[in-house]
Design a protein around this ligand. Structure first.
Ligand SMILES: [Zn+2]
Length: 401
């Protein structure tokens, strides 16, 4: 079968076309048709496929066949020999063209400014990345971004031409061809020459802004995320809204956000330290009262009590303060507030050094019998159980003796 005439190869701005259906099959319940000519771009070279309508049917996927045919996956059947009109979803395609052309410019900018080669490219429907062969610094990224912006502002022509494999081999291509035979070249005037089958805008000005949105180390190099055109604008809008919200919450100027967060963090660290000291002091006083009122069972005095709303660290502090007194066993239960059904109970058990009571064994018993998990040593242990607080206290009163 004659390969599909790919109209987008020579006219990427074409949004409508007429064609004849040359084959129609159903694969996995979905109609697939091929045409004598198409402006629909199939997923390839990292660029996502076009959507739109064909003969009134929705085009849900477009695939590149090894036989040179472009398969259109539709939501309903068409007949072989039928004359059809195709309409490309232009906002989606134009977005892909902006990202794809922007990628050529950014990859070339990295090569021109710091010699970092692009190893692979991902052009998604929501995010785009290039993987560079070596790690790049923030300064190198800024320099490449600046260079890319200059190429956009100069509004250089982006041309497409076809050459033989032999001729392509003699040209200084940034990206070598991935196929044999006639090679399609995409040239950003006096800046970049690559073998590429994708769709591109006809001049660099139409890419709009090329913004690096983030980067990370990746396989010994750098993975650089970027956004072009409308996507860059949308990304800028998201960042602006975020900064506006943070500025409103902190009532500072945008430029002072960094130092404000630093100050808040250091204050928070100081507060945590102060709270710990105050809690220990309070636990010492509370322990004196609790031990004085403790009930004697056998060879020790026991303190069984609850502190709703206290987290594990606070429960431990109080238990430690109690068993600092001689002859005591402490069981303190608590849980986070507000309490809802199923809020687990945190449990701390400890004993004084002169008491023979196995805290770890008791926690094992309570978690086995009431359902939960936990463990520890003979001197102190902790657990979490999923029953109401009063049930834990009742169990403790019946078994800690
Ligand atoms: Zn390309």
């Amino acid at each position: 079968m004659t390969p599909t005439d790919r109209l987008y190869y020579t006219d990427a701005l074409r949004t409508t076309f007429d064609a004849i259906v040359v084959s129609a099959v159903v694969v996995d319940g979905q109609p697939h048709v091929t045409l004598d000519a198409t402006a629909f771009y199939p997923s390839s070279g990292g660029q996502p496929f076009d959507t739109g309508t064909l003969g009134g049917r929705q085009v849900v996927d477009v695939r590149d066949g090894a036989d040179g045919l472009v398969a259109h996956v539709l939501d309903g059947p068409l007949d072989v020999g039928q004359a059809v009109s195709g309409v490309i979803d232009w906002p989606r395609r134009f977005d892909h063209m902006q990202q794809h052309t922007g990628q050529h410019i950014l990859s070339a900018a990295f090569e021109h400014t710091c010699g970092a080669r692009t190893e692979s490219v991902h052009l998604g429907t929501t995010s785009c990345t290039i993987d560079l062969a070596r790690e790049v610094s923030a300064r190198e990224i800024a320099a490449a971004e600046d260079r890319a912006a200059a190429v956009v502002f100069e509004d250089r022509p982006v041309r497409v031409r076809f050459v033989s494999e032999q001729e392509a081999a003699t040209l200084p291509l940034r990206k070598d061809p991935s196929r044999a035979g006639t090679i399609r070249l995409v040239e950003v005037d006096d800046f970049d020459l690559s073998a590429c089958g994708g769709t591109h805008v006809p001049s660099t000005g139409r890419v709009g802004m090329i913004a690096v949105t983030g980067w990370e180390r990746f396989k010994g190099g750098s993975r650089v995320a970027f956004a072009c055109g409308h996507r860059a604008l949308a990304e800028h809008g998201r960042l602006r809204d975020l900064v506006t919200e943070l500025v409103r919450q902190m009532t500072v100027a945008p430029a002072d956000l960094g130092s404000t967060v630093e100050r808040l963090q250091s204050e928070a660290r100081r507060h945590v330290k102060t709270i710990r000291l105050l809690r220990e002091e309070a636990a010492g006083h509370e322990a004196v009262a609790l031990v004085a009122a403790a009930e004697r069972v056998g060879t020790f005095r026991r303190v069984i009590t609850s502190r709703p709303g206290w987290e594990m660290g606070a429960l431990k502090t109080l238990a430690s303060a109690i068993v600092a007194h001689s002859g005591c066993v402490a069981v303190i239960a608590g849980h986070d507030t507000p309490v809802s059904e199923g809020t687990p109970v945190s449990l701390v058990v400890a004993r004084s050094a002169d008491v023979s009571f196995d805290s770890g064994a008791w926690v094992k018993r309570v978690t086995t019998e009431l359902g939960g998990r936990g463990g520890g040593r003979s001197e102190s242990a902790q657990g979490v159980v999923s029953v109401p607080l009063d049930k834990v206290l009742t169990f403790a009163r019946a078994t800690v003796q």
